[in-house]
Design a protein around this ligand. Structure first.
Ligand code: CTP
Ligand code: CA
Length: 218
């Protein structure tokens, strides 16, 4: 290739990115999931690679092409995502953008449930918190960045999440408008030093600004 891979301020760094939703099967054709296009996470993976990082992108089910020079691992469920994150370590930084389903059905029906069936109540179990586990693990990346999509009291929720999960930064995304699946985000970056309010930006610009901040921090 004519491109020179892995040159730039993040050369020699390995960065793990999670993106997209997870799907938690109910039966062979149905699942529980969060709404997520994966666009912001894929943009971040691409922006980090452009700054020279070796990037492992652990992706839930999304309809997006792999960014240039990014190593992609496709997963379906939260438990598969957790295992793929573990397998990708060690990393210098982790950026957890995935909208992981908080619950999974306890039993997966082997056959498709039919419309006329009398359904038992859906029993669910809580999924592992991939970010919280990584932030508290022995192999913790030096910089752990979480995301928080919030519809109200955005900075307050994000600040609490940062402490609860043991993340260094939380990128809080105000999703009270029509951002879901859209191409722009309004970000508040919550760190140990306080809160930065970013103007509404295209997702590609959010990704470039965040990648530059990560390069400065590493
Ligand atoms: N996250 C994760 N594993 C989970 C749930 C969340 O790694 N099982 C990560 C997300 O990728 C994101 C951050 O944690 O970086 C915040 O996710 P969010 O859903 O906002 O946090 P929750 O603790 O699940 O809180 P909420 O009740 O608001 O859903
Ligand atoms: Ca959640």
């Amino acid at each position: 290739a004519a491109l020179a891979p892995h040159a730039g301020p993040l050369a020699g760094k390995h960065i793990l990115v999670t993106a997209g939703p997870t799907h938690e099967p109910i039966d062979p054709v149905r699942y529980i999931a969060n709404r997520s296009s994966g666009k912001q996470g894929f943009e971040i993976a691409g922006a980090l690679a452009e700054l020279g990082a070796r990037v492992t992108l652990v992706a839930g089910p999304v309809a997006l092409p792999t960014p240039l020079l990014v190593d992609r691992v496709d997963v379906e469920t939260a438990r598969e995502m957790a295992a793929a994150v573990d397998a990708a370590l060690p990393a210098d930084a982790a950026v957890m953008v995935a909208a992981v389903a908080d619950w999974r059905p306890v039993d997966v029906a082997r056959q498709k449930l039919k419309k006329g069936d009398v359904l038992p109540p859906l029993a669910v179990a809580e999924n592992p918190d991939i970010l919280a586990a990584l932030a508290r693990s022995a192999g913790r990346p030096r910089l752990v960045v979480g995301f928080a999509a919030e519809t109200e009291r955005v900075v307050e929720h994000a600040t609490a999440k940062r402490a609860r999960k043991g993340a260094d930064w939380i990128v809080a995304n105000d999703v009270s408008g029509d951002v879901m699946g859209g191409d722009a985000n309004t970000i508040h970056l919550v760190t140990a030093h306080g809160v930065e309010n970013w103007e509404k930006l295209p997702k590609a610009d959010v990704a470039r600004r965040l990648a530059q901040r990560i390069a400065d921090a590493l």
